[in-house]
Structures are given as C-alpha cells and as structure tokens.
Design a protein around this ligand. Structure first.
Ligand code: ZN
Length: 372
C-alpha cells in the first residue's frame, strides 16, 4: 500500500491522503502541536470534534519528562495521551538547536547540549532520536537533523546539510515501531544551491516523506516563501511534503500554494494564551477596550464551541480576569479556524479553483492591520 495518494493538483497546490497505522489524514493538513503529549488546554475528544486529523508530539520534551520508557510501559504515546488518531513526533533537532544557550557541541556522531529542564549535559544521536520515537510508537517519526538559526555563514549551513544527510543515512534502516513511517528533513536555509544539494542527497534514500526544515525560523517572509517554492519543487512528487513550523493563516495558504501537504505550529494555542483570536478580520486582541460591549462572536462564520455560544465581550472578560476558560475557548477557536481554513483550501484544490480561493482568502485576511 502506498503511504501517500495524490488526489488532485491545482498549479503547485496538492490535495492528497497520507495513510498511517492510526488512520488516513487528508492533506493539506494542519497538525496541532502537543509538545508535552497535550495540545495545551484541549481534551483529545475536543480535538477530534474540531476536525484535527493528526497531532504532533515532541521527542525532546517527552524524552526528558516523563521519559520514553515510562510512556512505553503505559502502552505508548497514543494510549498515554488518549488520542487514537495519527501522531507525528519530531526528532528533537529543532529544540536542541534553538533552545537558548543550551547547545554545547556538534560533531559527525551527534550533538551535546544542556537539558532545558535541569541544565545537565545530554547527548542526542540519530540512533537515540530514532529509538525514542520507536518507544513512543508514533505513526510518523522524523530524522534528527541540524537546524541552524537564520543568518549564519554559508559554511555553517553547508556543514548542517552535510551532517543532516549523514544522519539520515544512519537513521533510514534503524528499527521502527510497527507501521511507523520515517520522514527525512531537508536543510539549506535560504541558500538555493544548498537546498538543492540537501534534496538531491536525501531523495534517493527513499524515505516515506520529506520535510522542509530550517525555514520560518525568524527570517524575512518574502525570501522564505521564495525558498519554499524552490525547496518544495525539489522534493519527490509522490511523497508527502511537510513544512515544519508555520501556522499563521497567510503563511499556511502560501505554503499550500507552493505544494506543501502538511504543517504544524504552536501559533494557534500560543496566540490564545496571549488573549488573541485568529479571524477573517485579522488577529483580534481581546484585551482591547473596543470589545468590552461587543455582542458578536469572535468570527461570524465560525462554528467552534466559542463562536456558537459566547460573545467577544464575555471572552474579553475571561481573558482580563485570567480565567482558564478564556484560554480554552480561544484555543478551541484558533485551532478550528486554521483547520477549517485548510479544509477550504483542500476543497478549492479539488475543484480546480485554488488560485481564486487563495486571492479571496488573502484579501479577507490582510486588509485590516494586525493588532498585537
Ligand atoms: Zn470560533
């Protein structure tokens, strides 16, 4: 059975289905992030009701707390967090290379860093990253890669590409959980030649899917989208393509337009915790006094548990009083908003109308200045 079926294409945009041990995932797919085996404040039943088809878990954090052996003892990650749908686990590479001032040393064998939990030195190798994900039992495991920060010298990017390939070669044939898929991650930052090199080195290894890593890490948006166009086109057409770390409505539409099938971001839930809602009027900061007597829902067209029952005025009150329900309602809304947006994109691709849908969606999303 194939891992991925392409159902329709429209320009570079694609609609497909990813097949996993815990079910099919229609793509494009937004994947809510459950860093510590929980999408913050959201119950798995609620995630299912919102339309989430797959969630992310985080190898780095689960390795340190509570530990993959404990999770395996309790039946694996699906059983532990009571989510019976597909789970993708990232490899921990992004955390190792991005958590501030914890990186100690990288060599061809692996990477040494200080745990963000207690500062003790720890080491990740490709073999350990694969073994942790095997214990967790995720449906999609990611290769350990090297994700440099933006703006590093070309030699650093080149070294990251070389080691990422070296590590992918070592991880490809390591033991896996039953039915587990393994995706490689391409690197190269904004450098067109290095992105091509990374893809050319990894594509022949025939992984189940390919990720675009090392973008959306703080660089300017225009060159980032240009690099995405380039990077996506370099990946095998028959394999799923995963853009790591994008979750704002405009960004999601732009990567779908460039042929990306899957993406994840903490943005919907993190934005909720700052008291903001994603809407077709732009991002609303509920702390703003103009919502104090506003009887309307967060978004008129949304059918989430917040918008069908509560006013902006009520949610603003909850946010201002630091009531937990306020964060929960905004989290449910923001996740639903993105999941619905991506579902609309899929239907537009299927009927061959993606370009006009994209123009319309972007014009609705962008005319109002974003509030912060
Ligand atoms: Zn809503």
């Amino acid at each position: 059975m194939s891992v991925f079926d392409l159902v329709a294409t429209d320009g570079a945009a694609r609609a497909g289905v990813l097949h996993t041990m815990h079910g099919d995932v229609p793509t494009p797919a937004f994947m809510p992030v459950g860093t510590k085996a929980t999408v913050k404040t959201v119950d798995p039943d609620e995630l299912r009701a919102l339309g989430a088809q797959i969630v992310l878990g985080n190898t780095y954090h689960l390795h340190f707390r509570p530990g993959e052996e404990l999770i395996a003892e309790l039946g694996g990650l699906h059983s532990f967090m009571a989510w019976d749908g597909p789970i993708l686990t990232d490899s921990g590479g992004f955390q190792v290379f991005s958590l501030r001032d914890t990186l100690l040393q990288t060599d061809d064998d692996g990477v040494t860093f200080r745990s963000v939990y207690d500062g003790t030195p720890a080491r990740f190798t490709p073999e350990l990253a694969a073994a942790i994900q095997t214990q967790l039992g995720s449906d999609v495991a990611m290769c350990l890669d090297i994700c440099p920060p933006p703006g590093v010298p070309r030699a650093v990017l080149e070294q990251a590409v070389r080691r990422t390939t070296l590590w992918a070669e070592r991880q490809r044939d390591l033991p896996r959980a039953p039915g587990q898929l393994r995706f490689a991650i391409t690197q190269g930052g904004l450098d067109a030649e290095l992105r091509a090199r990374s893809s050319e080195e990894l594509a022949p290894l025939d992984f189940d899917g390919y990720a675009i890593g090392g973008l959306s890490v703080g660089e300017e948006r225009a060159p980032m989208f240009e690099a995405t166009t380039h990077a996506a086109a370099l990946l095998p057409e028959a394999k799923p393509r995963y853009f790591m770390g994008i979750g704002d409505p405009e960004g999601v539409i732009e990567v779908i337009a460039r042929g990306v099938d899957m993406f994840d971001c903490v943005l919907p839930t993190r934005t909720a915790r700052t008291g903001s809602a994603l809407t077709f009027e732009g991002r609303l900061n509920l702390r703003n006094a103009r919502f104090a007597r506003d009887p309307r829902p967060l978004d008129e067209a949304c059918r989430c548990p917040a918008c069908t029952r509560f006013s902006r005025a009520y949610i603003r009150h909850l946010v201002n009083q630091q009531e937990i329900l306020g964060i929960r309602l905004l989290s449910l809304h923001n996740l639903r908003f993105l999941i619905d947006l991506v579902g609309d994109a899929r239907r537009a691709i299927e009927r061959g109308a993606f370009e006009s849908w994209r123009d319309d969606a972007l014009s609705r999303l962008t005319p109002q200045p974003l509030e912060t």
